[in-house]
Design a protein around this ligand. Structure first.
Ligand SMILES: Nc1ncnc2c1ncn2[C@@H]1O[C@H](COP(=O)(O)OP(=O)(O)OP(=O)(O)O)[C@@H](O)[C@H]1O
Ligand SMILES: [Mg+2]
Length: 296
């Protein structure tokens, strides 16, 4: 009898502790959640996300990358690590979020999404409650969360962007890629006015041409959509990228002094230097995502 009471008291203390931790995570509200996306596919999202993550981690931030490509995610392949589990296992197999995260180069954390985020729409409340409790833990683990999404104007991708706090939009200098990126801004801004768009132009061959293209893109955004698009920077087209992908080693670690590494470091400095950094919590983000998936 006494033992049972002691057990109950211990359980209660445990519960209170969890609640308190949740509260601190909620009130702390200091995670930056950045969604990386593009209009056209294959423009370098995954590659830039991984390398940017490593730079930020080496600058002293705790970085978590969520591989949220609802098709075929491949953050782990780029890093030469293997992930057995993903967010679906947290939902359906009651796994702990810590057991699904793998550690990559420089200590960055990788969380494979699988189809886990798509499940949000169909989750019954008990499962959802538990899922959110697991996701809340991420707030205290990471300073910056980078979400690598799929490409394009598909319904699911647009929903991921609508839920985003901050968006990095990646394009190449090709007109098709620029047009599709513009399409993303157009659709998203017609539904959600407050989305914060930041542009990176990747695979640049001609700096002047890229600068002109970016200026025109910003002007079109302002003039026709009344949207401010910030420029984060450019990354050159370089043979080092595919060389490093083949070796499954991030270029910023293999060739830290190369021009593309320096360009990406400038972009990272720009990201952390933004005056009023938009911050949020995983709980807020996931509830927003849940509502968007649920209502459309
Ligand atoms: N700066 C660059 N220089 C040269 N090649 C590049 C550069 N960036 C990306 N690439 C090439 O583009 C390919 C696609 O890159 P990545 O997989 O990162 O694109 P993605 O946008 O994530 O694609 P998806 O839309 O399929 O998810 C890479 O395999 C690489 O060969
Ligand atoms: Mg990708």
């Amino acid at each position: 009898m006494v033992r049972k009471m002691r057990d109950q008291a211990a359980n209660l203390r445990q519960l209170v502790k969890i609640k308190e931790n949740e509260q601190t995570a909620i009130s702390k509200s200091n995670t930056r959640i950045i969604t990386i996306t593009s209009g056209k596919g294959g423009v370098g999202k995954t590659n830039l996300t991984v390398n940017l993550g490593i730079i930020l981690q080496n600058m002293g931030y705790k970085v978590l990358i969520i591989d949220a490509d609802l098709g075929l995610g491949n953050v782990d392949i780029l890093l030469g690590i293997s992930s057995r589990y993903n967010l679906s296992h947290v939902i359906f197999n009651n796994m702990n979020i810590y057991d699904v995260i793998t550690i990559g180069p420089s200590g960055i954390m990788i969380l494979p999404g699988g189809n886990g985020l798509l499940e949000l729409a169909n989750m019954e409340s008990v499962k959802l409650d538990r899922f959110i409790r697991e996701l809340v833990k991420l707030d205290s683990m990471a300073d910056i969360i980078l979400i690598d999404t799929g490409a394009g104007l598909s319904n699911n991708n647009i929903k991921m962007i609508l839920a985003a706090n901050e968006v990095i939009l990646i394009t190449t200098p090709e007109p098709t890629s620029l047009m599709d990126a513009y399409g993303v801004v157009k659709i998203v801004s017609s539904i959600e006015r407050n989305t914060n768009f930041n542009l990176i132009m990747n695979r640049v061959e001609d700096k002047n041409e890229a600068t002109t293209n970016i200026k025109n893109f910003q002007k079109a955004g302002k003039r026709f959509l009344d949207v401010e698009i910030s420029k984060l920077g450019v990354v050159d087209n370089s043979y080092l990228v595919s060389k490093c992908i083949k070796a499954q080693r991030p270029f910023v670690l293999e060739y830290p002094n190369s021009k593309i590494s320096k360009q990406l470091k400038n972009i990272a400095n720009h990201i952390v230097g933004i005056d009023k950094q938009p911050k949020t919590t995983m709980t807020t983000y996931i509830l927003k995502l849940f509502n968007i998936f649920k209502n459309n």
